[in-house]
Design a protein around this ligand. Structure first.
Ligand SMILES: [Ca+2]
Ligand SMILES: [Ca+2]
Ligand SMILES: [Ca+2]
Ligand SMILES: [Ca+2]
Length: 439
């Protein structure tokens, strides 16, 4: 199912109305393991299905806290890419019989609520890397800068280009170097990228004139690596260059945001030196070593920060995801998170209900009617996230129809976003059926 949702994104985003897909299971906490009381489809850290209070059905999820830890439950849902709007809604109850601690002089402030956390996406496969490792022992002109370009087009789904400046040194079956100390270092300068012909170079510290920290990440093992160098060769630009050396594969990387379909024109300057003796100086001469630029395409990076209950609760607009000791008791309060995935980001979405406090205190929070929908990946109302709108989805529509309230299971149909499922929403949904038994 995860793969299906992602595949639909490309086609649907361009055209869509406010259509919806429901992706959270057992958000009413009615089904549970009778031995552990853990709600079905949820992973619990102390939270359990409870008949102590409920809004929909006969049960909710209870997070019962005592002295310094968190309690709750979470569910990993689906992986989504940039531009997807994620809407969560849940009801929470703060019981007068065992309320959240107050007054709110405790530090940190006692809170309970819902979270949206981001993990590396599943089912989004990365396009193959592209490389031009053109510099080797046969490169004729020592002490001369050689331009090694990569000219390509950003492939489908890629949101990040990881530029890798690499010296490839083969290892044997045990991982030990083959070339030993035979090879001299290689130097790189002037990493210039043009996206769609734009003259602005998005590469940070492209000429290595500043310290690498925060711009380039060097890699390499067994004494191999990449470092900024000022005095060994004449720079192509400015006064500093990148030096890559050592007996094993090494280099430096930097990630740049890109968009599918952009033309991608990278130029990089490489040089080996005639003077000195390997491995710390001298020519890049090992017959099985080669160097140049490589591009690894990344399908989205994970957004940050998570939408948590503390300390960064409610970091996005239209989000009210926590309650505290000042919240009214014995009434079901709506909590919500409304989040749109930023450009160049992708993530597996984790939903959490949690009761968390400061160092001392006790109290309960109940959660029910937890729903999460993606509002712009499906043209219709796909209540069970199986990629269709069929009789199963329409049966749920009939159950939640109400002109006065938003019943559990209704969020996926409330296209007008006015907290009911009435005739507007039915008129949106019915013409979008994809067939009675569509798979
Ligand atoms: Ca329930
Ligand atoms: Ca430079
Ligand atoms: Ca469906
Ligand atoms: Ca409505």
């Amino acid at each position: 199912m995860k793969r299906i949702l992602v595949a639909m994104l490309c086609g649907a985003l361009a055209t869509t109305a406010m259509a919806r897909t429901g992706v959270l299971k057992n958000g009413s906490f009615e089904s549970f393991d009778p031995n552990t009381m853990i709600p079905t489809d949820w992973l619990a850290f102390g939270g359990r299905s409870s008949a102590g209070a409920f809004n929909d059905g006969a049960r909710s999820c209870l997070a019962d806290f005592a002295n310094g830890s968190f309690q709750g439950a979470f569910q990993n849902t689906v992986s989504v890419g940039p531009g997807v709007r994620v809407l969560q809604r849940c009801l929470a109850l703060h019981p007068s019989s065992d309320p959240l601690p107050g007054p709110l002089t405790n530090t940190p402030k006692p809170v309970a609520g819902i979270k949206l956390e981001f993990f590396p996406p599943e089912g989004l496969s990365s396009p193959p890397p592209e490389e031009n490792l053109a510099f080797d022992a046969n490169t004729p002109d020592l002490d001369t800068w050689v331009n090694i370009p990569i000219n390509t087009v950003v492939p489908t789904d890629a949101t990040i280009a990881r530029i890798v400046l690499i010296s490839f040194e083969p290892a044997d079956a045990n991982g030990d170097p083959i070339n030993g100390n035979l090879n001299g270092p290689i130097y790189v300068d002037s990493v210039v990228l043009s996206l769609d012909g734009n003259a602005t170079n998005p590469v940070a510290n492209p000429s290595f004139e500043s310290a690498l920290a925060g711009t380039w990440n060097s890699f390499g093992a067994l004494g191999s690596g990449a470092a900024r160098n000022l005095f060994e060769v004449t720079a192509h630009n400015g006064s500093a260059v990148l030096k890559i050396g050592g007996p094993l594969t090494a280099g430096a990387t930097q990630e740049v945001a890109v968009s599918e379909g952009q033309t991608f024109d990278l130029s990089t300057q490489w040089k080996s030196r005639s003077s000195g003796t390997p491995p710390t100086a001298g020519p890049y001469q090992a017959p099985s070593a080669f160097a140049g630029p490589k591009i690894e395409w990344v399908v989205g990076s994970v957004p940050a920060p998570n939408i948590d209950i503390a300390p960064n609760a409610q970091p996005v607009s239209a989000t009210t995801n926590i309650m505290d000791g000042n919240a009214p008791t014995d009434t079901w309060m709506p909590l919500s998170i409304d989040y749109t995935m930023p450009a160049a980001k992708a993530a597996l979405l984790r939903c959490t209900v949690i009761n968390g406090f400061g160092n001392t205190g006790m109290g309960k929070a109940y959660y029910d009617n937890f729903e999460m929908v993606l509002t712009n990946v499906f043209d219709g109302s796909d209540a069970d996230a199986d990629g269709d709108e069929d009789m199963g989805d329409i049966a749920q529509l009939q159950k939640v129809f109400s002109t006065t309230e938003l019943k559990y299971g209704g969020l996926v149909f409330d296209h007008a976003e006015d907290d009911d499922v009435d005739f507007d929403d039915v008129n949106f949904t019915l013409p979008r059926m994809t067939g009675p038994a569509a798979e």
